[in-house]
Design a protein around this ligand. Structure first.
Ligand code: BDR
Ligand code: CA
Length: 318
């Protein structure tokens, strides 16, 4: 199975993603690290442990990471994800403690262990589904972890419209400096990056009707939790279906052929009156002004997901 690590801000759809990564036989979930985003980091830790309990994956280490973005005040998304960050479900919360290491230290240990094997098959796919604060701190503090990373597949950004603002996607908007650092560091360290952003994010959807039997069974297991997360979103948005959200990025790791990607220059807008946190994706086939910084240093071109086989990913998750 493919070794993976998730970095999350659980988060209703992060929970959907954790369930998939914890239980799909093609993946070997090595760790989950937590960051403030949808909810404050302590709530994220509790939610993440709760999801892994439901999946009976208490063996997966969970670590607490950054509480705040690098520069600005946090803007959480509890208006979308509920007061507890995970749908305010009638579900017993985990009382387990997280790993004693900080997220950055846990990530370092897991990635350096993978690097030490010298086996490409043991390298880890890093899947950030949250503001990139932990990952920026990791790559700046321990750049040697690059040897243990197979690729980064992150949920964030958009070539077209945003959601937190008209221009910017939530994860990048929450900590634009961190996102910029991660793209720069990956370019410098030779780490391949895929952006699973808003151009595809909302499209794989599960219907309320399809989860009805799972809700009725009420088994208190992973499938029950998954169904309740979908039901919460349907109710919250008054819709007959809900996106699997962040879980789509995990699908893109399990079945990469389900997305159409283009390798494009991407930069993060750090200023801007209305556009701070926007990912500027250059789809022109001339110019090249985004491929180098003012000092001539090569900057990131990354794989941007521009289309998705939505039915395929919805079925895979279900
Ligand atoms: C992203 O922001 C969060 O609200 C979701 O969990 C997802 O990671 C979507 O913009
Ligand atoms: Ca998330």
């Amino acid at each position: 199975a493919l070794p993976v690590v998730l970095d999350v801000d659980t988060g209703v759809d992060d929970a959907c993603a954790i369930l998939l990564a914890a239980l799909h036989p093609a993946l070997d979930l090595r760790a989950v690290t937590c960051v403030g985003g949808n909810a404050p980091v302590d709530a994220v830790v509790t939610n993440t442990l709760t999801v892994l309990d439901a999946a009976e994956r208490q063996d997966v280490p969970v670590a607490r990471g950054a509480e705040l973005p690098l520069l600005e005040d946090p803007v959480d998304a509890r208006h979308v994800h509920g007061q507890d960050g995970m749908g305010d479900l009638d579900w017993v919360k985990s009382t387990r403690d997280p790993d004693s290491r900080n997220a950055v230290e846990l990530l370092r240990d897991v990635l350096l262990e993978a690097a030490a094997t010298g086996d490409r098959g043991r390298k880890v796919t890093l899947i950030p589904l949250a503001p990139l604060t932990n990952i920026a701190l990791l790559l700046r503090t321990y750049p040697e972890v690059a040897e243990g990373i197979r690729e980064v597949v992150f949920m964030g950004g958009a070539a077209a419209d945003g959601n937190a603002t008209a221009s910017a996607e939530f994860n990048v908007f929450h900590d634009p400096e961190a996102a910029a650092i991660v793209l720069d560091a990956c370019a410098d360290l030779g780490i391949a990056v895929t952006m699973y952003g808003l151009d595809v994010f909302y499209r794989p959807r599960v219907t309320r009707a399809s989860i009805e039997p799972l809700l009725a069974a009420g088994k208190g297991d992973a499938a029950d939790l998954a169904a309740q997360l979908i039901a919460f979103q349907c109710k919250r948005f008054g819709d007959s279906s809900a996106t699997i959200g962040d879980a789509g990025a995990v699908c893109a790791v399990i079945e990469p052929a389900g997305v159409r990607r283009e390798n494009l220059p991407v930069r993060v807008e750090l200023a801007g009156t209305w556009s701070r946190g926007r990912t500027i994706v250059d789809r022109r086939d001339w110019s090249g002004d985004l491929t180098h910084d003012p000092h001539g240093r090569a900057r990131s071109t990354i794989d941007v997901c521009l289309d998705v086989d939505a039915q395929r990913y919805a079925s895979l998750w279900f």
